[in-house]
Ligand binder design. Sequence first.
Ligand SMILES: NC(=O)c1ccc[n+]([C@@H]2O[C@H](COP(=O)([O-])OP(=O)(O)OC[C@H]3O[C@@H](n4cnc5c(N)ncnc54)[C@H](OP(=O)(O)O)[C@@H]3O)[C@@H](O)[C@H]2O)c1
Length: 400
Amino acid sequence: MSGKDPKRPGLRPSSIAPPAPSAATPPPPAPPPAAPTDDERWMEVALTHAKNGRPSPNPHVGAVVVLDGELVASAHHERAGTDHAEVVALRAAGARSIGASLYVTLEPCNHHGRTPPCTDAIIASKVARVVIGCRDPNPHVEGDGATKLRAAGIEVVVGVREDKALAWIAPWAKHITLGLPYVSLKLALSLDGRIATRTGESKWVTGPDARAKVHLLRSRSDGIAIGIGTALADDPRLTVRDTPGESPLRIVFDTKLRLPIDSRLVQTARDVPTLVLCGLEAPVSAEEELLRAGVECVRGPVSAEGRLDVLAALRSLAQRGIVSLMVEGGAELAGSLLAGRYADELHVFVAPILLGPRGRAGAVDWAGPDTPQKAPRIASPAWELVGNDAYVHGPILYPE
Ligand SMILES: NC(=O)c1ccc[n+]([C@@H]2O[C@H](COP(=O)([O-])OP(=O)(O)OC[C@H]3O[C@@H](n4cnc5c(N)ncnc54)[C@H](OP(=O)(O)O)[C@@H]3O)[C@@H](O)[C@H]2O)c1
């Protein structure tokens, strides 16, 4: 992934400008999209397997073994510490891996981690070809899996469906290269861009289908964060309820430790792990009370504005293994993350309701850009209808 910004997975500016259309000659019709090659089709199958499992802090990886145009075996990386996807697929293929093609979404590892090098298992399997989605961006590991496979006489193709393969490993790539979690910012808005009523009420802006989607997103994250403003206004549980899956670590940005002991977060802290990030000067008595209730408190530096230093807070979360962090508001925390360019992905639900101008000032409380051209944006937005709500999501691009 050399030369690419891990904060912008899969987004590359076009370097070749198309010729300007002339008024005299109509532009030629666009050529039909090229049919996918066999390698692209099988890599797509491997990519569908990559989304399975809960491998954090490892990356999502999928693999398939194909012999004479037929699928022999498929697998994904289920959990950190278990065998990697390509090793599981080759084991399932058995003798049918001899002379076959292995499709794997991430370059196979060539080093001893918690499991032996995948390159050894691939060479031993006697596959003829290995097709790789994207290179391993890990700067901390020595050894080049593709080179070792080629040296063993295996044909290796790298970069098939690379953008999609990079998108699957984006959280892991950011975590290992920058030491920061990959931040997904979720906002639920009214048509007039408000996140709560004039009384501060936000339950519920969006409908049940959108909320179920949010629970699915939570179940795929290592942590869910809110600011103390949301904790005080909404008293949320922040658990995974409307979908199967484990509840991730619940995190509150709370400089002065104002989180009430009788809040639902604190009252359920013995069942669902809960962490409060607070300032170095936060009252010790409040920390002791929270600790007794099963809440972990982590102190960190405070910025000139008197709030938690966001970069230091994110670093401390990454150090404790939070690779993917979902931030569920409110406006002030969202504003700090966007202003600092720490948010990597947006998940915005827009409900067909109007909350009025005396509702919260807006979804994101920050100065914002001085021109629309400088506005952070979803470069390739995916739009969906979820129940009665619109759902737009995708990686954030920050123009220079
Ligand atoms: N519709 C939605 O999706 C949605 C989601 C969430 C919330 N809401 C609504 O939003 C409202 C709450 O929003 P809010 O903006 O007041 O609350 P917020 O962003 O959840 O919390 C803000 C507070 O977090 C603390 N904080 C600590 N470090 C921070 C940092 N670096 N940057 C920003 N904040 C930091 C600050 O208090 P200290 O200085 O005391 O630590 C700050 O006042 C409620 O009405 C809630 O219902 C709506």
